[in-house]
Design a protein around this ligand. Structure first.
Ligand SMILES: Cc1ncc(COP(=O)(O)O)c(C=O)c1O
Length: 445
């Protein structure tokens, strides 16, 4: 690995980054900045290249998008074929790529998903999930428009999507609070009460919420919006907790919508992350790894629910773009036909073993390691602890300077989400370097 990476050439990347960053800071919104100092030249498979020939092993899939691997030849060919044909955009007029992709997508997903709706960004998909749950709820009963979400969850940055997200500070610009969006505490594994009987604790939490906010579940609540795992820390719900939620939802005729943005398309070692819970959602919202390339997102649900908005009432200009659909079909075929879901499960075990080895070695600073498939996170210190944030950030910078690209969360966690084609030797070699760099950082604290 090191023969494709040199510190003097890395310095050239840094110089190039500083020049471009200076230019951009004058002409682009600063919200786009704050990433690690790397200028991508191109990316192939599990590797990202800068202009100077340095190769970085990619544990980000930039970010959770390149599930089939960067620039997979079948995805590239599909894009080239559709582009060469000259069908770059059709608005919502029909094109054969949209038909072909939707047929394949629905063929390989569970049969309760009868229809899909294609959008461009993840936030659009979660917004559509919110709209469909509310339309469905209100159809049952006029006042039934409540949505139960989770504290600490993330569903995107547009008004409805952020409204369902659980960070109050990030919503302070709203100027109002939707009285029909309700929040449950998230069952974090470090909270003792969720460790033994989490199903019972779920019932306590929901009863408290109903009493506090004067909610009747079967009259006021349309749906649950559930992030399949809590993003920043790869934290899944305890299975008992989710089974209790599923039971309560079914009993009260409440929709369950899973936000599969990060967990979809093989990421967690199953086609969709919700499959780990043995529950059947009514709706799933997907994006990111859907095409391993171009912007596309999707909502999958029953025909009854998805057809509630009439023709034209839920589409957008780029819904079902032909090139994005061609890329998405090729990507999904690669993931399924080339065994990448199985590889995600298998390599996920290698990744988790390496993380646990690190945890055992540095047990004074690593408090938790979580993950399923090729999705994992390491937690430094206790939640929100500044020293943990510092270690995590410094480790991301240090690893980049050694040719390893990690997901910097700006919190006390680092996330790992490599392309699903990741190989064992690349994981093992990368962790030798991660270990060396962590040891150096700790020696300075
Ligand atoms: C779980 C989850 N939901 C929704 C979104 C929003 O997706 P997008 O950024 O494509 O709008 C994200 C993006 O990070 C996400 O991780």
């Amino acid at each position: 690995m090191s023969n494709k990476f040199s510190s003097s050439l890395y310095q050239k990347n840094l110089d190039n980054f500083n020049i471009l960053q200076n230019k951009l800071s004058k002409i682009e919104a600063s919200t786009m900045h704050g990433q690690l100092p790397l200028v991508w030249d191109h990316a192939v498979g599990e590797e990202v290249y800068d202009e100077y020939g340095n190769v970085y092993t990619d544990f980000t899939s930039g970010i959770f998008v390149a599930n089939a691997g960067h620039s997979h030849p079948r995805v590239v060919n599909a894009i080239v074929e559709a582009t060469t044909k000259g069908v770059l955009h059709t608005y919502t007029y029909l094109n054969k790529y949209r038909v072909s992709y939707l047929e394949y997508l629905l063929k390989v997903t569970p049969s309760n998903f009868e229809k899909a709706f294609l959008t461009s960004a993840g936030s659009e998909a979660t917004e559509a999930g919110l709209k469909l749950m509310r339309l469905g709820g209100i159809k049952k009963n006029k006042r039934r428009n409540g949505i139960i979400c989770f504290q600490g969850a993330w569903h995107g940055r547009t008004l409805g999507a952020q409204g369902m997200s659980g960070n109050e500070e990030q919503k302070s610009w709203f100027g109002f609070k939707d009285p029909n969006i309700h929040f449950l505490p998230f069952p974090y594994p470090w909270l003792e009460k969720y460790n033994s009987n989490s199903g019972e604790q779920f019932m306590k939490d929901i009863n408290e919420l109903c009493a506090r906010e004067n909610i009747e579940l079967d009259k006021d609540i349309a749906g649950f919006m559930i992030e399949t795992f809590q993003g920043y820390g790869a934290i899944f719900y305890p299975s008992e907790y989710m089974l209790a939620l599923d039971k309560l939802a079914k009993k009260n005729d409440i929709y369950m919508c899973f936000d599969e943005m990060q967990s979809g398309f093989g990421r967690t070692g199953k086609l969709f992350g919700y499959e780990h819970y043995s529950v059947t959602p009514d709706i799933i919202c997907c994006g990111k790894g859907i095409s391993s390339s171009l912007p596309l997102s999707a909502i999958l649900t029953s025909a009854e629910l998805i057809d509630l908005p009439g023709a034209g009432n839920m589409s957008s200009t780029h819904s079902g773009n032909p090139i994005a659909c061609a890329a998405a079909e090729a990507s999904l075929r690669v993931i399924i036909e080339e065994g990448l879901i199985e590889n995600s499960e298998k390599m996920g075990k290698v990744l988790l073993d390496e993380l646990n080895r690190l945890k055992n070695k540095y047990s004074n600073v690593i408090s938790l390691v979580c993950g399923k498939g090729l999705l994992a996170a390491v937690h430094f210190g206790s939640p929100g602890e500044q020293k943990g944030v510092e270690i995590a950030n410094r480790l991301c910078f240090a690893c980049l300077s050694r040719g390893i690209l990690l997901v910097k969360t700006n919190r006390e966690t680092i996330k790992f989400g490599p392309p699903l084609s990741m190989k064992e030797d690349k994981i093992v070699n990368s962790f030798k370097i991660i270990d060396e760099e962590l040891s150096k950082i700790l020696s300075t604290l």
